[in-house]
Design a protein around this ligand. Sequence first.
Ligand code: SAH
Ligand code: DHB
Ligand code: MG
Length: 226
Amino acid sequence: MPERSDQDTYRAVDAFVLETLFAAPDPALEVALADTAGAGMPQIQVTPPQARLLAILCRAVNAHRILEFGTLGGYSTIVMARTLPADGLLTTLEFDPGHAAVAWRNIERAGLADMVDLRVGPALDSLPLLAAEGAGHFDFVFIDADKANTPAYFAWSLDRTRPGGLILADNVIRHGRIIDPDADPDAAAQRTFHEYLADEPRVTATTIQTVGAKGHDGFTLALVGE
Ligand code: SAH
Ligand code: DHB
Ligand code: MG
């Protein structure tokens, strides 16, 4: 048998899961991915199995209010917004106007324009506006934008997430770079993030390493307490 790299195996297992659990066609998501690629945007959206985990978690907390950092082409946005009830709202923050334009077309085509509030600009600039508008009582927060700001996004979100709500931060492991003390700023921020979480009594948090089509990475999931 020819030698197979670990990454080949991770990719093949993800392919098997796709062929089995994700066999049903999903035209809105397929066209969203095609347009994201066609626009020359990075292909760094969550994988379908990861997206379904987001949807399961949104459903599990009966999410009416969702906050997302990092829209890209709207793939994770669409998957999460689909779980919302008719009076639900997903607010998603995207720095890049080109990404936001592609995402908005995808969100409209998925029939979700009424459920999604897309704010263009650096997320740190959008947050004070959201606060002034009284945004909050989030049930689910997905942090997936510029990795160096994950701790800041988490701290802001924690103050505005209801008890029993969940906050998930993507890409905290990045091929193990989190354990390198001389890591690049993105990885160093994940170390800071963990040290901060260890001292934050309002959450119960864990970090799960993952492998798959996107390699070795992982996410932190935090349950907000009373
Ligand atoms: N959540 C998406 C992927 C997001 S990729 C999905 O899984 O489908 C990360 C996105 O964050 C990119 O589109 C990037 O432009 C955006 N981003 C980078 N810096 C940002 C910032 N400061 N504020 C908001 N978004 C930012
Ligand atoms: C990158 C960003 C992501 O959100 C991700 O899931 C993978 C990679 C990146 O910036 O390289
Ligand atoms: Mg990500």
